[in-house]
Design a protein around this ligand. Structure first.
Ligand code: KG4
Ligand code: ZN
Length: 350
């Protein structure tokens, strides 16, 4: 039986983006993005070189009402015309998560619509179903400022954890190395641009956990090694950025290859399964082409959502809301905001 199409309002406030979106869809996607409004608080946080939770929460309070109104107006919809309201309920900076979730509860109550409390990681994880209509099961590499995980995704709420970072997330490593090189926050795009002009072989840097059993990641030793190079004297920033990015690529490729082998064991009958990259770091062109080549060599087809759906956004939250709503997974109005909320039972506590 074909699934019913839902129109869902999504709200995202777990980090430094205040966002609201309306998405319509049914089944495995792709969905139709009716509106997707994002206000980035980057300028507010830039002077501090990272996200300041108090500043973030206050900015969400100030911006969110107007952004929800804008999202409804862009979609030419009234609140009464949506089927459900979905909001990120964690994991993330708790002050911000509470602002978004409370707003969603108020809107759901006022309009008499059901509420869906969405896990931010699941929203990233399902985003390739929204944009590309990827089918279950698929292998997911979630790489952002807060997360670095390899997961087998069997269905809504059904994940197998293959690997996770034992220290920093990949995006965090980009941001910290950018800071060492005197580059502005967020560091990922700046390192990528600088690396294009650099020699990736100029500095010898470690590849922690490379070749080890399992598919876990570690980046803190790499970051420390970069700091050591900067302390030893004059550096050529482009060469150091390129050498760092090359090390990150080697780590991601090696750990992803290990997870691909585990996935094939778990799902031997999936023909040419999708390998999905999601999260802010998936916007990196060099990482995409390296992992795309790996995917092809291993019989996977790589799918990456477009850049505006890779970084934090509310369309992916609305889409996760649609998928959960279709399984009847609504939440009561007293559902709690969660700073930590791992996707898989044995998972990293995000
Ligand atoms: O998914 P996201 O918007 O937020 C969360 O962390 O949930 O990801 C932001 C992260 C930052 O660490 C940023 O430096 C990184 O993604 N990033 C990149 C690139 N664009 C964003 N890292 C490497 N290369 C990029 N082009
Ligand atoms: Zn995110």
């Amino acid at each position: 039986m074909p699934l019913r199409a839902f129109t869902v309002l999504g709200i995202e406030t777990s980090c430094d983006e205040t966002a609201a979106a309306l998405v319509r869809g049914a089944g495995s996607g792709p969905g139709e993005i009716l509106s997707n409004v994002i206000f980035s608080q980057l300028e507010e946080h830039r002077p501090y070189g990272g996200v300041v939770p108090e500043i973030a929460a206050r900015a969400h309070v100030e911006m969110l009402d107007g952004i929800v109104e804008q999202a409804l107006a862009d979609a030419a919809l009234k609140l009464g015309e949506v089927d459900a309201v979905a909001a990120t309920a964690g994991p993330g900076l708790i002050g911000g998560v509470m602002v978004g979730l409370l707003t969603a509860k108020a809107l759901a109550l006022a309009a008499g619509k059901p509420l869906v409390a969405v896990n931010h990681l699941e929203a990233h994880g399902l985003s390739a179903r929204l944009s590309e209509g990827v089918e279950f099961p698929f292998l997911l590499l979630l790489v952002s400022g807060g997360h670095c995980q390899l997961l087998g995704v069997e269905g809504v709420g059904r994940f197998r954890l293959y690997g996770t970072t034992i220290d920093d997330a990949a995006g965090e490593a980009f941001d910290k190395v950018a800071k060492l090189l005197g580059l502005a926050y967020p560091g990922g795009p700046r390192i990528e641009a600088l690396a294009r002009e650099g020699n990736p072989k100029r500095y010898t840097l470690p590849r922690p956990l490379f070749g080890r059993e399992g598919a876990d990641f570690s980046f803190s030793g790499l970051k420390t090694a970069v700091r050591q190079v900067t302390l030893e004297g004059e550096v050529r920033a482009a060469d150091l950025a390129a050498s760092f990015q090359a090390a990150v690529i080697d780590i991601l490729r090696n750990r992803t290859a290990a997870a691909m082998a585990m996935f094939v064991c778990d799902f031997p009958s999936a023909p040419s399964p999708a390998f999905v990259m999601a999260g802010g770091v998936a916007a990196n062109g060099a990482i995409r082409s390296a992992l795309g080549a790996l995917a092809t060599a291993r019989g996977f087809s790589m799918k990456v959502p477009p850049p505006q759906l890779c970084t934090d956004n509310a369309a992916m939250v609305a889409w996760a809301g649609i998928e959960r709503a279709q399984s009847g997974l609504f939440d009561p109005l007293d559902v709690a905001a969660r700073a930590r909320w791992p996707l898989a039972k044995n998972g990293e506590a995000a």
